[in-house]
Design a binder for this molecule. Structure first.
Ligand code: G3D
Ligand code: MG
Length: 163
């Protein structure tokens, strides 16, 4: 049986959403990536706990994509909410992203991703305290690849576990 699920990449501009998707789907990190406008949907097959799952990963492209349309969130089974660990405001903005998402997507699972740990070493507690959230946290670097697989596996597990 094939399970297909939509997930959304959320978070402030420039935190590394597109870079994480590229690292996860194509295993590359390109510093010269040029962003375009709109939404990009990429497909990736994963196997979690014996289940074959196809993720449809929705990524907003462009730097100022903060006012999101409900169509972006609609029908999503989960979200990765990304922050840049070197930018405090991107961490304190996390609850706002989650609220907006859940207004449309209901109680879908959320994983918080603290990206760019190649630039600054932080721990999960630091993020949890700053954003005041109790969602699972995964620390990543889209540049080195550290933690990237784990972030997508974590949301996949929660999606599968939630039916
Ligand atoms: P966005 O999709 O959230 O807007 P992008 O973010 O993926 O476009 O990344 C924004 C900038 O951060 C890019 O740099 C990208 O290369 C960089 N970046 C993303 N992830 C990491 C990371 O883990 N470590 C480091 N050091 N940089 C990262 P430019 O210079 O192209 O704007
Ligand atoms: Mg982007």
């Amino acid at each position: 049986m094939k399970i297909i699920r939509k997930i959304c990449m959320l978070g402030d501009p420039a935190v590394g959403k597109t870079s994480l998707v590229r690292r996860f789907v194509y295993s590359t990190f390109d510093d010269k990536y040029i962003s375009t406008i709109g939404t990009k949907i990429v497909k990736k097959d994963v196997n979690v706990q014996g289940n074959n799952l196809t993720l449809l990963i929705w990524d907003i492209l462009g730097q100022n994509a903060t006012p999101l349309h409900s169509v972006y969130y609609k029908g999503a089974s989960g979200a990765l909410v990304v922050a840049d660990v070197t930018v405090e405001q991107s961490i304190t903005n996390i609850p706002r992203w989650i609220d907006g998402f859940r207004k449309i997507a209901g109680n879908a699972p959320v994983v918080i991703v603290g990206n760019k740990i190649d630039l600054k070493r932080v721990d999960e507690d630091y993020l949890a305290k700053l954003c005041g959230c109790s969602h699972p946290i995964v620390l990543t670097s889209a540049k080195t690849g550290e933690g990237v697989e784990r972030a997508f596996t974590e949301i996949s597990k929660l999606i599968i576990g939630g039916g």
